[in-house]
Design a protein around this ligand. Sequence first.
Ligand code: AMP
Length: 214
Amino acid sequence: MKLILLGPPGVGKGTQAQLLSEEYGIPQISTGDILRAAIRSGTGLGKRANEYMSKGELVPDDIMLGLIREKLFGEEPLDGFILDGFPRTLMQAKALNKMFAEYDQTPDAVLSLEAEEELIMKRLSSRRICRNCGAVYNLITKPPKTEDLCDICNGPLYQRDDDKIETIKNRLEVYKKQTEPLIDFYQSTGLLISVQSSGSPQEVHRIITTKLEG
Ligand code: AMP
C-alpha cells in the first residue's frame, strides 16, 4: 500500500503515520524526521536544512526531491510506504507524480487530516521529543511517565525549536500558502480522503482504516 498524508503541522500526521505503518507493515517516510536526524548528525544536508527549519520555512524543493527520490526509488524501489510530510508544495506533488509514472506506480490514497487551528496550536506547543530516540510525547494527551524523560530509552525530552509559538504561527502561514493547495490538486485526481483529526489517535486511526478499507 502506498499512502500520502497531508495536513497542517500538528494535525497528527506523525502519530497516524506510525499507527498505519504498524497496521499495514509499511515504512513511515517522514521527511521532517529525516531532516532532524541529518541535523543531529551534523551532515551537509542537516546544516542546509536547519537554516530553513529553525525559522519554520520550507527546505528548498530541489533538496527535498533528491532526498525523496533516493528514499522511495533508490537501489530497490519500495513496494509500500506512508509519506508523512511530503509533498508540501505543488512543485513537489507534480514531481512526485512524475516519479511514480517513471516507475509505473500510483499512490493508493492521499489522506488529508483536518483540525481547528486552536487545537493545532495547543497540540504543537505541548509536543516534546526525545533527544535520543526521537519518540514523540504530548504534555496533555501523552505525557511521559517521568517528567522530561523518555519512557522508552530514558533520554531527555526537548521542545523542537520550530514548536515555539512564534515559529508555529509562521509554519501555519507557510502551510496555508504552499501546502493547502495540494488538497485541490489531489481532489482532482480522485485519490483524496478527508479525515477529521480532532479525536484521540486511536479514534482517528479507526476512521482512517474504515475509509481505506471501505
Ligand atoms: P515536520 O516534522 O513534517 O513538521 O517538518 C519539519 C520541518 O522540516 C518543516 O517545517 C520544514 O522546514 C522541513 N520539511 C519537512 N518536510 C518538508 C518538505 N516536504 N518540503 C520542505 N520542507 C520540509
